[in-house]
Design a protein around this ligand. Sequence first.
Ligand code: ZN
Length: 502
Amino acid sequence: MKKKLAELKTRLAEINDLQMVASLLDWDQHTYMPQGGAQARGRQLATLAKITQERFIDPAVGRLLEDLRPYEESLSSDADDAGLLRVTRRDYELALKVPPKFLAEFHVHIADSYQIWTQARPANDFDRVRPCLEKTLDLSRRMAGFFPGYEHIADPLINFSDYGMKASAVRRLFAELRTRLVPIVRSITSQPAADDSCLRLHYPEAQQLKFAEEVVRRLGYDFNRGRIDKTHHPFMTKFSLGDVRITTRVKEDFLGEALFSTMHEAGHALYEQGIDRAFEASPLGDGASSGVHESQSRTWENLVGRSRGFWEYFYPRLQAAFPAQLKGVSLERFYRAVNKVERSLIRTDADEVTYNLHVMLRFDFELALLEGSLAVRDLPEAWRERFRQDFGIAPPDDRDGVLQDVHWFGGTIGGAFQGYTLGNILSAQFYDAALTAHPEIPEEMRQGRFGTLHGWLKENIYRHGRKFTMDELAQSATGAPLTIEPYIRYLGTKYGELYDLR
Ligand code: ZN
């Protein structure tokens, strides 16, 4: 049995190596690669994906999993080997269903489509990406079709990123959240908006990057196992648990961009850097789901990075870095500026309160596109209409409307967005539990110390990697299933202090 387990682990490590090489090519494509490399890079990624898939669905892997079943059953379910076998079997059964030839076609299409999007968005040219999106929708439907027996066509796609979730469960949760959120948004946006002009001065790029780096270093991001580079659309990636990278983008006329996107990606990276090193090169050496991942980026970006205590420590340092811009700006004014709530066009720039409405819009469109009740060609108009309903404003063009997100140009339609709001909900639930265990956390934050919070998150979430599902983690770390109550309470307390919430 020992020999078989060792053989399986060796095979899985080789497969993981191939995946990490693909991540490196992908990182390079989004940071330094000249445009001329796009076509070949797409092919290379497709080749790697094909080889990886072939190696993984090798019947020998299936036989090893079968042979190891008695061993797995002899273990308690929270044992590492039990987790490894459970997660590998789940991945294996999923992978078996998607033919390698289809996967290769999908990857080639997505690489093309991403490249076209990078040009079509600045040109505000929806017609250029329309055929791409139509093909993506077709491929997404075919992808779901490999998993017959679903309740909703989006379920298999949601399952890829948030294992165990279904469209119906997400719909219920979102409807409940929406009911509680809309009055808060209405109440806040009917009052005078916070003045954030102090963020909209000239802030030179080099100093912004230096300050953002200082911040994430303090939060606990380990630069011996990571680095920061610039990109079009910030992301976190890793090539091993010893090399977890983040990317960021800078706007010299807006201080919030690099600062908060770097904290966001650093949150993802803290999660990955915190995974048990014993899970290196195995299917367990990854985050539990997109929702759990997002809960961590939002924790560090928002619950920590937009809190008053955090800025009590960092604001004097920020003022020292940008004396000319911030000399006469009080901490209170700055705190209000970084927590400005407004009806805005861009999801990634949205505040904590309106953010989820952006996500729900996209989630609903994904379901409608997959169901066939909305056609790709009608998407820009549908977007404007829904936006007008939800936000009371309409995007002036597609660039800041339907073309703004990379997701549908870099993956399937379906399963791409729900994780953001699941993450927001979970972030407050986890944070609540951390505060109950360690009431000293807010005071430590005021002194620029984040170790207790980081330690609790590592102990209860990060170190487990993929061993447990989102539901299991919520239950074990907080003693309750996924619930919106802590999140609503958090928003109510924080924004009730900044605005009159009636
Ligand atoms: Zn994120």
